[in-house]
Design a binder for this molecule. Structure first.
Ligand SMILES: C[S@@+](CC[C@H](N)C(=O)[O-])C[C@H]1O[C@@H](n2cnc3c(N)ncnc32)[C@H](O)[C@@H]1O
Length: 291
Protein backbone atom coordinates (compact mmCIF):
# COMPACT_ATOMS: atom_id res chain seq x y z
CA UNK A 1 0.00 0.00 0.00
CA UNK A 2 1.27 3.44 -0.86
CA UNK A 3 1.77 6.09 1.79
CA UNK A 4 -0.82 8.88 1.55
CA UNK A 5 0.33 12.30 0.37
CA UNK A 6 -0.96 14.03 3.46
CA UNK A 7 -2.11 11.75 6.27
CA UNK A 8 -3.00 14.74 8.43
CA UNK A 9 -5.77 15.76 6.02
CA UNK A 10 -7.34 12.32 6.15
CA UNK A 11 -7.03 12.22 9.90
CA UNK A 12 -8.92 15.54 10.09
CA UNK A 13 -11.60 14.34 7.69
CA UNK A 14 -12.11 11.10 9.62
CA UNK A 15 -12.28 12.93 12.92
CA UNK A 16 -14.78 15.40 11.52
CA UNK A 17 -17.16 12.71 10.27
CA UNK A 18 -16.80 10.59 13.39
CA UNK A 19 -17.37 13.46 15.77
CA UNK A 20 -19.58 15.87 13.84
CA UNK A 21 -20.71 14.89 10.33
CA UNK A 22 -22.36 11.62 11.26
CA UNK A 23 -23.79 12.72 14.57
CA UNK A 24 -27.58 12.86 14.51
CA UNK A 25 -29.27 16.23 14.76
CA UNK A 26 -32.72 15.85 16.20
CA UNK A 27 -34.49 12.72 15.09
CA UNK A 28 -34.43 13.27 11.36
CA UNK A 29 -30.93 13.46 10.01
CA UNK A 30 -27.22 13.81 10.45
CA UNK A 31 -25.24 17.02 10.81
CA UNK A 32 -24.08 16.45 7.23
CA UNK A 33 -27.64 17.15 6.03
CA UNK A 34 -27.11 20.82 6.81
CA UNK A 35 -25.61 21.00 3.32
CA UNK A 36 -28.86 19.80 1.80
CA UNK A 37 -32.20 21.50 1.35
CA UNK A 38 -34.64 19.30 3.25
CA UNK A 39 -37.77 21.39 2.73
CA UNK A 40 -40.83 19.74 1.28
CA UNK A 41 -40.86 22.06 -1.72
CA UNK A 42 -37.53 20.66 -2.95
CA UNK A 43 -38.14 17.02 -2.05
CA UNK A 44 -39.46 15.81 -5.38
CA UNK A 45 -36.64 17.42 -7.37
CA UNK A 46 -33.93 16.13 -5.04
CA UNK A 47 -35.45 12.65 -5.05
CA UNK A 48 -35.43 12.55 -8.85
CA UNK A 49 -31.81 13.74 -8.94
CA UNK A 50 -30.80 10.98 -6.50
CA UNK A 51 -32.51 8.41 -8.70
CA UNK A 52 -30.39 9.44 -11.69
CA UNK A 53 -27.49 7.51 -10.19
CA UNK A 54 -29.35 4.22 -10.44
CA UNK A 55 -29.97 4.63 -14.19
CA UNK A 56 -26.28 4.13 -14.93
CA UNK A 57 -25.58 1.22 -12.62
CA UNK A 58 -25.83 -2.43 -13.46
CA UNK A 59 -29.19 -3.33 -11.85
CA UNK A 60 -28.04 -6.70 -10.46
CA UNK A 61 -24.83 -8.24 -9.27
CA UNK A 62 -22.92 -9.73 -6.41
CA UNK A 63 -21.00 -6.71 -5.08
CA UNK A 64 -21.77 -3.01 -5.29
CA UNK A 65 -19.02 -0.78 -3.90
CA UNK A 66 -20.16 2.37 -2.10
CA UNK A 67 -16.91 4.28 -1.70
CA UNK A 68 -17.27 6.83 1.09
CA UNK A 69 -20.70 5.43 1.86
CA UNK A 70 -21.31 7.45 4.99
CA UNK A 71 -24.33 6.01 6.82
CA UNK A 72 -26.29 5.59 3.52
CA UNK A 73 -28.12 8.63 4.68
CA UNK A 74 -30.91 9.07 2.15
CA UNK A 75 -33.59 6.44 1.39
CA UNK A 76 -32.91 6.69 -2.37
CA UNK A 77 -29.39 5.40 -1.77
CA UNK A 78 -30.84 2.03 -0.76
CA UNK A 79 -32.23 1.64 -4.26
CA UNK A 80 -28.78 1.52 -5.85
CA UNK A 81 -27.97 -1.85 -4.27
CA UNK A 82 -31.48 -3.31 -4.34
CA UNK A 83 -30.54 -5.98 -6.93
CA UNK A 84 -27.13 -6.78 -5.43
CA UNK A 85 -26.26 -9.51 -3.02
CA UNK A 86 -23.89 -7.27 -1.05
CA UNK A 87 -23.31 -3.57 -0.74
CA UNK A 88 -19.70 -3.04 0.26
CA UNK A 89 -19.53 0.15 2.31
CA UNK A 90 -15.99 1.54 2.41
CA UNK A 91 -15.34 4.64 4.47
CA UNK A 92 -12.60 6.14 6.58
CA UNK A 93 -15.15 6.99 9.23
CA UNK A 94 -15.91 4.19 11.66
CA UNK A 95 -19.09 5.95 12.81
CA UNK A 96 -20.29 6.09 9.20
CA UNK A 97 -19.94 2.32 8.91
CA UNK A 98 -21.65 1.68 12.25
CA UNK A 99 -24.58 3.76 11.08
CA UNK A 100 -24.63 2.06 7.67
CA UNK A 101 -24.75 -1.31 9.40
CA UNK A 102 -27.72 -0.17 11.45
CA UNK A 103 -29.43 0.62 8.14
CA UNK A 104 -28.73 -2.41 5.94
CA UNK A 105 -27.41 -5.05 8.35
CA UNK A 106 -26.35 -8.28 6.67
CA UNK A 107 -26.73 -6.98 3.14
CA UNK A 108 -23.69 -4.85 3.86
CA UNK A 109 -19.99 -5.57 4.19
CA UNK A 110 -18.21 -2.81 6.08
CA UNK A 111 -14.62 -1.87 5.49
CA UNK A 112 -12.63 1.00 6.96
CA UNK A 113 -10.73 2.02 3.84
CA UNK A 114 -9.26 4.92 1.93
CA UNK A 115 -10.79 5.51 -1.50
CA UNK A 116 -7.34 6.38 -2.84
CA UNK A 117 -6.00 3.02 -1.71
CA UNK A 118 -8.77 0.46 -1.80
CA UNK A 119 -8.05 -2.92 -0.21
CA UNK A 120 -9.89 -4.89 -2.89
CA UNK A 121 -8.79 -7.06 -5.78
CA UNK A 122 -9.02 -5.62 -9.28
CA UNK A 123 -12.33 -6.06 -11.14
CA UNK A 124 -14.30 -7.17 -8.07
CA UNK A 125 -17.38 -4.98 -8.35
CA UNK A 126 -20.24 -5.05 -10.83
CA UNK A 127 -21.19 -1.55 -9.72
CA UNK A 128 -19.36 1.32 -8.01
CA UNK A 129 -20.64 4.59 -6.57
CA UNK A 130 -18.63 7.37 -4.96
CA UNK A 131 -20.95 10.16 -3.91
CA UNK A 132 -19.38 13.36 -2.57
CA UNK A 133 -16.29 11.41 -1.48
CA UNK A 134 -13.42 12.16 -3.88
CA UNK A 135 -13.69 15.84 -2.93
CA UNK A 136 -12.24 14.99 0.48
CA UNK A 137 -8.97 13.75 -1.01
CA UNK A 138 -5.92 15.99 -1.08
CA UNK A 139 -5.46 17.38 -4.59
CA UNK A 140 -2.42 15.19 -5.17
CA UNK A 141 -4.58 12.07 -4.72
CA UNK A 142 -7.59 13.00 -6.82
CA UNK A 143 -6.42 11.06 -9.82
CA UNK A 144 -5.46 8.11 -7.65
CA UNK A 145 -9.02 8.08 -6.28
CA UNK A 146 -10.48 7.75 -9.78
CA UNK A 147 -7.89 5.14 -10.74
CA UNK A 148 -8.82 3.04 -7.73
CA UNK A 149 -12.52 3.12 -8.56
CA UNK A 150 -11.66 2.06 -12.09
CA UNK A 151 -9.29 -0.68 -10.98
CA UNK A 152 -11.86 -2.43 -8.80
CA UNK A 153 -14.66 -2.12 -11.37
CA UNK A 154 -15.44 -5.29 -13.35
CA UNK A 155 -15.08 -5.23 -17.16
CA UNK A 156 -18.14 -3.98 -19.12
CA UNK A 157 -19.57 -2.34 -15.95
CA UNK A 158 -19.99 1.26 -14.87
CA UNK A 159 -19.09 3.42 -11.90
CA UNK A 160 -20.89 6.63 -10.95
CA UNK A 161 -19.08 9.51 -9.27
CA UNK A 162 -20.87 12.60 -7.97
CA UNK A 163 -19.05 15.64 -6.67
CA UNK A 164 -19.59 19.36 -6.67
CA UNK A 165 -17.65 21.45 -9.19
CA UNK A 166 -15.30 24.01 -7.80
CA UNK A 167 -17.38 26.64 -9.56
CA UNK A 168 -20.49 26.60 -11.74
CA UNK A 169 -21.07 29.09 -14.54
CA UNK A 170 -24.82 28.57 -14.23
CA UNK A 171 -24.83 29.31 -10.52
CA UNK A 172 -22.66 32.37 -11.10
CA UNK A 173 -25.31 33.70 -13.49
CA UNK A 174 -27.94 33.31 -10.76
CA UNK A 175 -25.69 34.66 -8.03
CA UNK A 176 -27.09 38.25 -8.04
CA UNK A 177 -30.64 36.85 -7.68
CA UNK A 178 -29.54 34.64 -4.81
CA UNK A 179 -27.86 37.60 -3.18
CA UNK A 180 -30.99 39.72 -3.55
CA UNK A 181 -33.26 36.93 -2.29
CA UNK A 182 -30.99 36.40 0.72
CA UNK A 183 -31.24 40.08 1.54
CA UNK A 184 -35.03 40.18 1.10
CA UNK A 185 -35.49 37.08 3.26
CA UNK A 186 -33.30 38.63 5.91
CA UNK A 187 -35.39 41.79 5.89
CA UNK A 188 -38.60 39.74 5.93
CA UNK A 189 -37.38 37.82 8.93
CA UNK A 190 -36.38 40.97 10.76
CA UNK A 191 -39.76 42.58 10.14
CA UNK A 192 -41.93 39.57 10.90
CA UNK A 193 -39.70 37.91 13.47
CA UNK A 194 -40.31 34.65 11.60
CA UNK A 195 -37.64 32.09 10.93
CA UNK A 196 -36.70 31.25 7.41
CA UNK A 197 -35.07 28.03 6.29
CA UNK A 198 -32.10 29.97 5.04
CA UNK A 199 -29.63 28.80 7.63
CA UNK A 200 -29.81 25.05 7.56
CA UNK A 201 -32.81 24.16 5.41
CA UNK A 202 -34.22 21.98 8.18
CA UNK A 203 -37.79 22.80 9.19
CA UNK A 204 -37.92 24.39 12.68
CA UNK A 205 -39.95 21.55 14.21
CA UNK A 206 -37.19 19.14 13.18
CA UNK A 207 -34.40 21.47 14.23
CA UNK A 208 -34.35 20.69 17.92
CA UNK A 209 -30.61 20.61 18.42
CA UNK A 210 -28.19 23.41 17.57
CA UNK A 211 -26.03 22.65 14.53
CA UNK A 212 -22.35 23.43 14.88
CA UNK A 213 -21.27 25.46 11.83
CA UNK A 214 -18.22 23.37 11.11
CA UNK A 215 -16.97 21.47 8.12
CA UNK A 216 -13.79 19.73 7.00
CA UNK A 217 -11.19 19.63 4.24
CA UNK A 218 -12.64 19.77 0.73
CA UNK A 219 -10.88 20.26 -2.56
CA UNK A 220 -12.94 20.52 -5.71
CA UNK A 221 -11.97 20.11 -9.32
CA UNK A 222 -13.39 21.38 -12.58
CA UNK A 223 -14.56 19.85 -15.85
CA UNK A 224 -11.36 20.74 -17.70
CA UNK A 225 -9.24 18.89 -15.14
CA UNK A 226 -11.55 15.87 -15.19
CA UNK A 227 -11.58 15.63 -18.96
CA UNK A 228 -7.86 16.06 -19.41
CA UNK A 229 -6.53 14.05 -16.45
CA UNK A 230 -9.14 11.37 -15.83
CA UNK A 231 -10.50 11.28 -19.39
CA UNK A 232 -7.00 10.47 -20.63
CA UNK A 233 -7.00 7.25 -18.59
CA UNK A 234 -10.54 5.95 -18.80
CA UNK A 235 -13.80 6.37 -20.63
CA UNK A 236 -15.86 9.04 -18.83
CA UNK A 237 -19.05 10.89 -19.56
CA UNK A 238 -20.11 14.04 -17.74
CA UNK A 239 -23.87 14.17 -17.19
CA UNK A 240 -26.02 16.12 -14.78
CA UNK A 241 -26.77 14.97 -11.26
CA UNK A 242 -28.22 18.28 -10.14
CA UNK A 243 -27.57 21.61 -11.79
CA UNK A 244 -28.53 23.86 -8.89
CA UNK A 245 -26.80 24.40 -5.58
CA UNK A 246 -28.38 24.14 -2.14
CA UNK A 247 -28.04 27.89 -1.84
CA UNK A 248 -30.02 28.33 -5.05
CA UNK A 249 -32.78 26.11 -3.65
CA UNK A 250 -32.94 27.82 -0.30
CA UNK A 251 -32.94 31.33 -1.65
CA UNK A 252 -34.95 31.10 -4.89
CA UNK A 253 -37.27 28.15 -4.44
CA UNK A 254 -40.32 28.73 -2.29
CA UNK A 255 -43.63 26.97 -2.09
CA UNK A 256 -45.73 30.12 -2.29
CA UNK A 257 -44.12 31.33 -5.49
CA UNK A 258 -44.41 28.11 -7.49
CA UNK A 259 -41.13 26.59 -6.37
CA UNK A 260 -42.18 23.03 -7.09
CA UNK A 261 -43.16 23.90 -10.65
CA UNK A 262 -39.98 25.85 -11.18
CA UNK A 263 -38.01 22.76 -10.13
CA UNK A 264 -40.03 20.56 -12.46
CA UNK A 265 -39.02 22.85 -15.32
CA UNK A 266 -35.38 22.73 -14.23
CA UNK A 267 -35.48 18.93 -14.08
CA UNK A 268 -37.13 18.78 -17.50
CA UNK A 269 -34.40 21.00 -18.96
CA UNK A 270 -31.67 18.91 -17.32
CA UNK A 271 -33.14 15.80 -18.90
CA UNK A 272 -33.09 17.46 -22.32
CA UNK A 273 -29.48 18.64 -22.08
CA UNK A 274 -27.67 16.48 -19.48
CA UNK A 275 -24.18 17.21 -20.81
CA UNK A 276 -24.68 20.96 -20.78
CA UNK A 277 -26.15 21.04 -17.27
CA UNK A 278 -23.59 18.51 -16.05
CA UNK A 279 -20.72 20.63 -17.29
CA UNK A 280 -21.99 24.08 -16.36
CA UNK A 281 -24.31 23.31 -13.44
CA UNK A 282 -23.25 22.68 -9.86
CA UNK A 283 -23.11 18.89 -9.54
CA UNK A 284 -21.98 16.58 -12.33
CA UNK A 285 -22.72 12.89 -12.47
CA UNK A 286 -19.64 11.26 -13.94
CA UNK A 287 -20.16 7.87 -15.52
CA UNK A 288 -17.03 5.74 -15.85
CA UNK A 289 -17.28 2.80 -18.21
CA UNK A 290 -14.89 -0.09 -18.32
CA UNK A 291 -14.68 -1.86 -21.68
C1 LIG B 1 -19.91 14.12 2.17
S1 LIG B 1 -19.88 12.52 2.88
C2 LIG B 1 -20.82 11.63 1.67
C3 LIG B 1 -21.36 10.36 2.20
C4 LIG B 1 -22.28 9.62 1.22
N1 LIG B 1 -21.56 9.15 0.06
C5 LIG B 1 -23.42 10.52 0.84
O1 LIG B 1 -23.49 10.95 -0.32
O2 LIG B 1 -24.25 10.80 1.70
C6 LIG B 1 -18.23 11.97 2.54
C7 LIG B 1 -17.93 10.60 3.09
O3 LIG B 1 -16.68 10.19 2.54
C8 LIG B 1 -15.87 9.66 3.58
N2 LIG B 1 -14.48 9.87 3.20
C9 LIG B 1 -13.79 11.01 3.19
N3 LIG B 1 -12.53 10.81 2.75
C10 LIG B 1 -12.45 9.49 2.47
C11 LIG B 1 -11.40 8.65 1.99
N4 LIG B 1 -10.19 9.15 1.71
N5 LIG B 1 -11.67 7.35 1.83
C12 LIG B 1 -12.89 6.83 2.13
N6 LIG B 1 -13.91 7.58 2.58
C13 LIG B 1 -13.69 8.89 2.75
C14 LIG B 1 -16.28 10.43 4.82
O4 LIG B 1 -15.93 9.75 5.99
C15 LIG B 1 -17.78 10.55 4.61
O5 LIG B 1 -18.46 9.47 5.15
Amino acid sequence: MSVTADPEIKHQVRQFYDQVGWQPIGDCCYQNARYEDLRTVSQEYIHRCHMRVKRHLEPNGRYLLDAGSGPIQYPEYLEYSRGYQYRVCADISYVALQEARARIGDQGLYVVADVANLPFKAETFEGVVALHTIQHLPQSEFLQGYKELYRVLAPTKTAVVVNRWQSSILMRVFSPFMFLATYLLYVYRKITGRHTFLKVGIPPERRNVAVPPTSTFIHRHNAAWLESEVGALMLIEILVWRSVSTRFLRTLIHRRIGGRWFLRVIFWLEERAPHFFGTYGQYPLVVIRKP
